[in-house]
Ligand binder design. Structure first.
Ligand code: ATP
Ligand code: MG
Length: 161
């Protein structure tokens, strides 16, 4: 099914903004100005993908933290990145975060709950759509999860009024 990724990201971010409105966390998004990216994908799976990444960002964010969702084009792919200002992931753990049931420092995240499946499922969904997913993180400063997807069409919005 063709999905307008710009609208899709916007809708999901707005839903997360609603669900965190009682918390001191800001969620922002930045989309290309006059280009909409259309991909052929599974809407439910892509919803789960963004949910899993965004719920981590919220879960591991400090009070007053900001989460930035950026959609942009890179080398004929669309790249979506979700950046938080949370606890971060230690360097030696980064390579494992997409493993099933893996959780960094059980003591640290015990109170936060979870099974360690969110990112493993996210990776599965990205791969099934022909994309790739990666993480960069600074311990104590924050985490960025990014994924790329091939798109079918880039629709230019008319700049003239
Ligand atoms: P689940 O998603 O199944 O509820 P979970 O959130 O612990 O549980 P994943 O989403 O797979 O599991 O993430 C794996 C681990 O990676 C987490 O336990 C956490 O230690 C670390 N992690 C993931 N995202 C972030 C983030 N944004 N900031 C800091 N650590 C993170
Ligand atoms: Mg999770």
């Amino acid at each position: 099914v063709p999905i307008n990724l710009n609208l899709f990201v916007e809708q999901i971010v707005e839903r997360f903004q609603m669900s965190t409105k009682n918390e001191d966390i800001q969620i922002k998004h930045k989309l290309p100005n006059n280009k909409d990216f259309i991909i052929n994908g599974d809407r439910d799976k892509l919803t789960q993908l963004l949910d899993n990444i965004l719920s981590n960002a919220v879960k591991y964010s400090p009070e007053g933290g900001t989460i930035n969702c950026v959609l942009k084009e890179e080398k004929d792919r669309v790249v979506i990145s979700i950046k938080d200002e949370g606890v971060g992931i230690p360097k030696e753990n980064i390579q494992h975060v997409f493993d099933r049931f893996y959780r960094v420092d059980k003591a640290r995240s015990r109170n936060l709950g979870g099974t360690g499946l969110g990112l493993a499922i996210a990776k599965e969904i990205v791969l099934a759509h022909g994309g790739s997913i990666w993480v960069s993180s600074d311990w104590g400063k924050g985490t960025t999860i990014s994924f790329s997807l091939p798109y079918d069409e880039a629709v230019k919005e008319d700049e003239d009024i």
